[in-house]
Ligand binder design. Sequence first.
Ligand code: ATP
Ligand code: MG
Ligand code: FE
Length: 339
Amino acid sequence: CRILAIETSCDETAVAIVEDGTKVLVSLISSQIETHRQFGGVVPEVASRKHVESITRIIEDALNEADMTLRDMDAIAVTQGPGLIGALLIGSVAAKALALSAGLPLIAVHHIAGHIYANRLVQPLAYPLLALVVSGGHTELVSIERPGRFEIIGRTRDDAVGEAYDKVARALGFPYPGGPHVDRLAVESAQVMPLPRAWLEPGSYDFSFSGLKSAVLAALNTAKMKGEAVDPAALARGFQESVIDVLVEKSMRAVKALGAKQLLLCGGVAANKGLRTALAARCEAEGVPLAVPPLALCTDNAAMIGAAAYLKWQTGEFADLNFKAEPGLSLEEWSVRAD
Ligand code: ATP
Ligand code: MG
Ligand code: FE
């Protein structure tokens, strides 16, 4: 089964062709980061316009690169949500047009199911499994007992990890998106600024990062008022260690409580070197198999959408030509049929 997948939920226009949810034949990404950087973040209207400008060309490029036509495809998949409504609409309109003109079934995909199933492009998965999703807009622990059945057991109560990284990076003077800059700076430092960790109630798998972010900003402001210098690397390392401690600890606790056979790390922040290293070390020590996608499959791409779409291809759950893009689409409700 060959699926042509489209992803336009945020600031990447991406198209991929994926076979059987496991093999990437082609994966193209046109990033708008340079355009948005001057505004310090993604500007929704600009994102939509950029998607319109490039979507048709990228679809053509993907087919050309694979040396295929729409006749070689079995289905068209597209991110239905969550994401920016205007950006999602461009992808879904393009997907509907392709499906209609080529007479192909349509599959509407949840963006976070995509981030999770990016791991299936790398290796077979062992169920029941636990996914730690850390991205620009999400921080969640997802229990997956069977392929495509999602249960969120913990989530952030305020900022997503990626969002906290970007805000801290901005305060340190880095351009958008700042996560990778903080990561690089943190692993350079020998000093660590002590910062708080939000464990929340005992037993809770929820997260909170706004207090930590505020502590970083307060440290910078206090130093500025006193005319003292702050070591940005020590600050970055303190922030990163605090984030990683909580993510790793809660993930390991959940793996044990659920008897998960595998832990998946997914989402844009899975590109974080410190987090990858810390989680790998802990999983190794405790004998928990860990899957982490290569960097190109961590941040937004369409191959992951093709991988997740295959779940619904298998159950025959196709979308109507008039399905709606959903900025707040629920992951649990997107799960495949139970039977
Ligand atoms: P979502 O997937 O929740 O809708 P998104 O698609 O905007 O959000 P992703 O593209 O998955 O998010 O990830 C982007 C985020 O990942 C940004 O916040 C970015 O700063 C962060 N990020 C990328 N690389 C790193 C890194 N090495 N360290 C920390 N954060 C990183
Ligand atoms: Mg992005
Ligand atoms: Fe994403």
